[in-house]
Design a protein around this ligand. Structure first.
Ligand code: BGC
Ligand code: BGC
Length: 841
């Protein structure tokens, strides 16, 4: 289907408000493009053996079978039995998907499940030709971390600090063994993003802000996962297909907003954000995942120039391009179940977790009508089959025994854990060590405090067991070691003692206190931040450090985070400070460096050096055209060790956030911008789309939004019910509700409502007080047109009882079925200034 009618209908519907910004485009302006800027690639993988085989199959495939290969569904929405009627190319287990819908199931259940899908694909009736094996994919982005008992390696930001390409290769190999042990063929890794604004919630998936380091690591991870190209190892059993992601510019979005717009020159796109691709392709990477982001206003999923002309053309990439999770729906004119534009742009396989069936039907119709030309279909399917053939899936198919459980002994093996522990040691960066307080004498009495001291979930971060990784407990990690347990073991072995006290209280005064604290787990946009101030709104760990120090106890901070954050007050309150990133399952790697051995010597020294600049203020560092960084407290490459002690002067405790950035606490929208970690979505007909561009329409056009200087203009067309909602990290609003808290909306009515307008809150696993929709129709109808107003809605009006507000996901959902338009300048959650609960509007 074509995109233009819908786009035009929306424009005609006339958001006549304020400057609407760039109209979303499907293609960059051709005269400004420079394909010759890009390196000429080498078609690294030899195809002489596979291509004749693949072409033989292709010649006998029906159009239905071809289109099926181009679609990937999530196991939460497709059963093995479905594969008998719909011969899809691939299934994935998304962040929250698992066998029997139980993310804590035993690994054997994974092995059985992958076997079920594999067998179903192979036994499906076929039209006189070889059955086509399915590809099973998973996000094994720091080890096969969705599986219980797997080795969990440090997230990439920590690995960057190790500056050790061989370590990356060995981690890749170990990960591949744990992935293939469960019968999984493919991991959506490595991420080769070069994160430039670490307010981005995915910064920890990036090895470095330095393209050179990413370019050095990417091929090693690919070689570790797949085996070295040109050797018998390549794609041999025990390996797994890699995918390099997210092509391209994911780490360069404006303000570090996930899925946002990367507004840079083509040369910078090539030199910075694409740096990992040529060497990874050279190392045999055969799958590239397209990115959610735009480049200069054009979504990558619709960007034919970058996907086809550059990646497949210039860079010589012979593998296939997989789309990201429903990301095609953000291409102008597309929905998640219909997007010829993405295929025409060069996506070969669409990740259509839940909408695969409708997408299959629509794509088939577009292939039949010729809207998607046969040559494009054949090219996509040839690429997909090529990868399956190279991975040995055709040969292995009939006898696949991956589900016998035997191989699962690889999971969390001692050898793999040893590599992970080494990685932890090498990733730690010592930022402060006054008076040589570290390494500690293990004979001393050590207090271990802080929220993360004994919390393997916090050590591991997002993409662990489930998508956000926010609800994991130590019992979910058999075989793993918390940071406290590692310190305790090392201290005891040396004749000393370590005591755990999360809140830092103690009986007998300790000789030293190790406080382990940092960011709570998050993934993707839920981790976006407005500023880099760590203690914003909650400084209890800082108070703990100060309290311990005031009693003359030497304090050592072990800081867990997915990125450098502004921690000047915490640095001042610590005698020693270790950036430990997200170390994963082997917490002992920390004790390895903090404590002397029983004989008095430090067994290991710090070798980790920052792969990201550490910011001097709560605003991110900036890069000039030559990559020179401004605004760093500790430049990239910094890191102390025991051989060369150095002390640091007291640091400024002014976060230096510019006034324009200072949204009041609890802001969801301020100054017409959505404030991170909140994101805006528009929804109708049971589907919702993330608003990541200046303008966005809901899937079926019921509501559209456009950003302008005055605010966010929303217009409902009256065709069906549409919702504008603000989603963020799960929030517990019970305390706020008890204090008479309210949602305040600062708005201007541009068109009076024709029908009922409601405000709701959405909670996880509950309805926030079933059916407590608040009717705002009268309030909006009585508001004068084009005049700014404020409305206060007490939380009590949105939930039946306070208890319902424990897990709020979307604190603001505005919906109507009739025509209606308003501009939103601010939305804020705050406690009642007077303390008295206001009446419901
Ligand atoms: C992420 C990808 C991931 C995919 C599958 C997407 O939301 O952007 O990195 O591989 O989901 O879970
Ligand atoms: C899925 C992830 C996916 C994310 C994208 C989650 O529900 O489990 O795999 O990356 O949605 O928004």
């Amino acid at each position: 289907m074509s995109n233009s009618p819908r786009t035009h209908a929306f424009l005609a519907a006339g958001l006549t408000v304020i400057g609407l910004g760039a109209i979303p485009r499907n293609a960059p302006a051709a005269d400004s493009l420079h394909p010759n800027l890009w390196p000429q690639g080498s078609h690294s993988v030899a195809l002489a053996d596979t291509d004749p085989f693949v072409d033989g199959i292709l010649a006998r495939m029906t159009l239905e079978e071809k289109v099926g290969q181009m679609i990937q569904a999530d196991i939460a929405s497709i059963t093995p039995a479905d594969l008998r009627s719909y011969k899809l190319g691939s299934v994935l287990a998304g962040g929250n998907a698992a066998p029997g819908n139980d993310v804590r199931c035993p690994p054997q259940a994974w092995a059985r499940l992958t076997g079920d899908y594999r067998r179903a694909a192979l036994t499906a009736p076929v039209l006189g030709h070889v059955p086509i094996p399915i590809l099973f994919g998973i996000d094994a982005v720091h080890g096969n971390a969705k599986l219980i008992g797997a080795t969990i390696f440090p997230h990439n930001a920590g690995l960057g600090a190790a500056h050790d390409p061989d370590l990356i290769y060995r981690i890749g190999r170990a990960t591949a063994e744990e992935v293939s042990a469960a019968g999984i063929d493919w991991t959506f890794a490595p991420t080769v993003a070069v994160a430039r604004d670490v307010r981005w919630g995915r910064s920890y998936e990036s090895y470095s802000e330095s393209p050179a380091l990413v370019a050095q690591y990417a091929p090693q991870m690919v070689a570790g996962l797949q085996g070295r190209i040109g050797t018998a190892d390549f794609m041999s059993p025990g390996h797994t297909l890699s995918s390099i992601k997210h092509f391209v510019g994911d780490g360069g979005t404006f303000d570090g907003r996930d899925q946002g717009d990367t507004v840079i020159s083509e040369a910078e796109l090539r030199d910075v954000h694409a740096a990992g691709y040529p060497p990874a392709i050279q190392a045999g990477a055969m799958i590239v995942m397209a990115s959610y982001n735009s480049w200069n206003g054009v979504k990558l999923h619709g960007n034919r120039y970058l996907l086809t002309d550059i990646l497949k053309g210039r860079l010589g990439f012979d593998g296939f391009v997989v789309g990201d999770w429903n990301a095609h729906e953000q291409v102008p004119g597309c929905t998640k179940s219909d997007c010829a534009a993405a295929i025409l742009a060069g996506i070969d396989m669409l990740m259509a977790p839940d909408s695969w069936k409708e997408l299959y039907r629509n794509t088939l119709a577009e292939a039949r009508s010729g809207e998607i030309p046969p040559a494009r279909i054949d090219d996509a399917v040839r690429r997909i089959l090529r990868v399956k053939a190279l991975a040995g899936l055709f040969g292995r198919a009939a006898t696949n025994a991956s589900d016998d459980g035997e191989a699962l002994r690889q999971l969390g093996s001692a050898a793999h854990r040893a590599i992970a522990r080494e990685a932890v040691r090498k990733s730690l960066v010592l930022l402060k060590n006054e008076h040589g307080i570290l390494p500690l004498d293990p004979h001393s009495r050590i207090l271990v405090a802080g929220d993360a001291a004994d919390d393997i979930g916090m050590q591991s971060g997002g993409w662990t067991i489930d998508w956000q990784g926010a609800h994991n407990r130590n019992a979910d990690f058999p075989g793993a070691t918390s940071i406290f347990a590692g310190i305790e073991r090392a201290a005891r072995a040396a004749g000393g003692s370590a005591t755990l006290s999360r809140d830092g209280t103690f009986g007998k005064k300790p000789d030293a206190a190790i406080v382990v604290f940092g960011e709570h787990p998050y993934a993707e946009f839920e981790g976006d931040r407005e500023t880099l101030e760590f203690a914003l709104g909650d400084d209890h760990e800082l108070q703990l450090l100060r309290h311990l120090k005031s009693q003359g106890i030497p304090t050592i901070s072990v800081f867990l985070s997915g990125r450098p954050l502004w921690v000047n007050p915490e640095l001042n309150a610590s005698d020693a400070f270790v950036a430990a990133w997200l170390p994963g399952s082997e917490g002992e790697g920390i004790a390895d460096l903090l404590l002397r051995a029983a004989d008095g010597r430090a067994p290991f020294d710090f070798t980790g050096r920052l792969s990201f600049s550490w910011p001097a203020t709560a605003m991110p560092v900036t890069f000039d055209a030559a990559g020179v960084v401004s605004g760093a407290l500790f430049p990239r490459g910094s890191g102390l060790d025991y051989r060369s002690p150095r002390s640091i002067p007291p640091l400024s405790e002014d976060p230096a956030i510019p006034a324009a950035r200072q949204a009041p606490d609890g802001s969801l929208v301020y100054g017409g911008r959505v404030i991170a970690p909140w994101s805006m979505f528009v929804a109708d007909g049971g589907e919702q789309v993330h608003v990541t561009t200046e303008r966005q329409r809901s899937p079926h056009d019921a509501v559209g939004v456009a950003h302008g200087p005055g605010g966010i203009a929303a217009e409902w067309g009256g065709s069906r019910r549409g919702t504008l909602l603000i989603i963020g990290r799960e929030a517990d609003l019970r305390a706020l509700a008890r204090r008479g808290g309210a949602v305040t909306l600062n708005y201007r009515i541009d068109r009076a409502p024709e029908q009922r307008v409601t405000l709701d809150m959405r909670c996880i696993e509950s309805s926030c007080g079933a059916g407590a929709s608040l009717d705002l129709t009268a309030a909006f109808k009585s508001a004068p047109l084009h005049r700014w107003r404020t409305i206060d809605v007490p939380l009590a009006c949105l939930a039946a009882g306070h208890a319902d507000l424990e897990r709020v996901e979307a604190p603001f959902e505005l919906a109507t079925a009739g025509r209606f338009a308003l501009t939103i300048a601010a939305v804020r959650l705050h406690s009642a200034d007077s303390g008295a609960a206001a009446p419901c509007p």
